[in-house]
Design a protein around this ligand. Structure first.
Ligand code: FA5
Length: 352
């Protein structure tokens, strides 16, 4: 048995050496190591040996099997390497061949909306500004005519930051972009025509609310600014952004930092302003044919004062709208849940 094994090893070494390509080598492997291979048969025969011979012969048989496997592997690599060196000699890279285009992304729909909104307002002289997303309570609430304990603060469901308290109060994740109003007035450059766009944070999540969203805040302060100016600017924006077929309405409302105050609604783009969805049930987005886009009003005298502006000489209007909701209401955009753009589902995002 031992002699047979040694002879077989020699025979394998010879045929492996002579193999010219991968197919030939595979043939050798099948012939000797396959299920019915010659070496496999010898290995099986070890079990029939007398008990005292089995350990010695078994060990040698396994050792030979390992050596043969190694030999095959080395030869396989040698043949593959050879193949590439031949390719290197016979083939050339064609640098004129068109490349493979990598997948290309695009701006997120919120960024697209921010750019469009910025452009529309810049056409009528509003300058884009940015104010902190983490700000003092003074700018987010108190300077806006909302002293501590003012009940209106509840509506903003604010995240407070665990930071040292300063003269300007606690730190908050800004729940609206209105913190930019007094910050802009403090620059003392009148008249003001600001469009401030930024992220806002509130403890809310449902079909029309996300915990992180964006607002654009308009502020116009000059001599003799009236509600007509406010209506004119908002109508201009609505026509530019949504198209002439849509209508807006002002509803009386209360904000502590504007007087009088309004909420602005737009006819719903999902149900066409009817309030009834495709399933003949109430439209799941607006429920009434109108969707609230944001608030607006004439800047409260106390806010002008907090920003160092004399309310006897100057007046102004302000508005703050949600970008996600505004985009949802755009012509042809059928997004029926404000959370969808933030799910990072490429099948959805690729459509825009
Ligand atoms: C305000 O935030 C006021 N600062 C707006 C304002 C500015 C009024 C200037 C007067 C003058 P309100 O809480 O209603 O108001 O939010 C304004 C808009 O932000 C909403 O109409 C909605 O479009 C959007 N919004 C608010 N919360 C969320 C949210 N959690 N997710 C998505 N959008 C939101």
């Amino acid at each position: 048995m031992l002699d047979k094994l040694k002879a077989l090893k020699k025979a394998i070494e010879k045929v492996v050496d002579q193999a010219k390509d991968a197919a030939g080598l595979e043939q050798v492997e099948i012939e000797y190591l396959g299920r019915k291979g010659k070496l496999t048969a010898l290995l099986k025969g070890v079990a029939d040996l007398a008990e005292q011979d089995r350990p010695k012969v078994g060990a040698l048989a396994n050792q030979i099997k390992r050596e043969v496997q190694q030999l095959l592997e080395v030869k396989k690599r040698a043949l593959a390497g050879g193949q590439f060196s031949v390719l290197g000699e016979t083939e050339r890279e064609d640098v004129t061949e068109p490349g493979i285009r990598p997948p290309e992304g695009h701006l997120h729909i919120v960024t697209q909306a921010i750019r469009e909104i910025t452009q529309i307002f810049s056409n009528i002289g509003f300058m884009r500004t940015r104010y902190p997303e983490v700000d003092w309570d003074w700018y987010a609430f108190e300077s806006l005519n909302m002293p501590p304990d003012h009940p209106a603060r509840d509506e903003w469901e604010t995240f407070f930051v665990d930071a040292p308290i300063s003269k300007k109060g606690k730190m908050v994740l800004t729940p609206h972009t209105s913190n930019g109003q007094v910050r802009e007035l403090e620059r003392h450059e009148l008249p003001v025509r600001m469009i401030s766009i930024g992220r806002c944070y509130r403890r809310q999540s449902d079909i029309t609310h996300v915990p992180m969203f964006h607002q654009f805040e308009g502020l116009y302060v000059d001599k003799q600014v009236s509600i007509s100016h406010l209506r004119g600017v908002l109508d201009y924006f609505a026509k530019e952004f949504f198209g002439s077929g849509r209508t807006t309405r002002l509803r009386p409302h209360h904000f502590p930092f504007t007087e009088p105050s309004f909420e602005i609604d737009i006819s719903c783009g999902i149900c066409g302003g009817t309030g009834v969805g495709k399933d003949k049930q109430k439209c799941r987005v607006c429920k009434s044919g109108w969707l609230e886009l944001g608030g607006a009003g004439m800047v409260h005298p106390n806010v002008l004062k907090a920003g160092g502006v004399d309310p006897k000489k100057y007046s102004g209007f302000a508005f703050g709208w949600g970008i996600e909701r505004t985009y949802m209401m755009k012509e042809g955009i059928q997004i029926d849940d404000v959370r969808t753009p933030y799910k990072n589902d490429l099948r959805f995002l690729k459509q825009f």
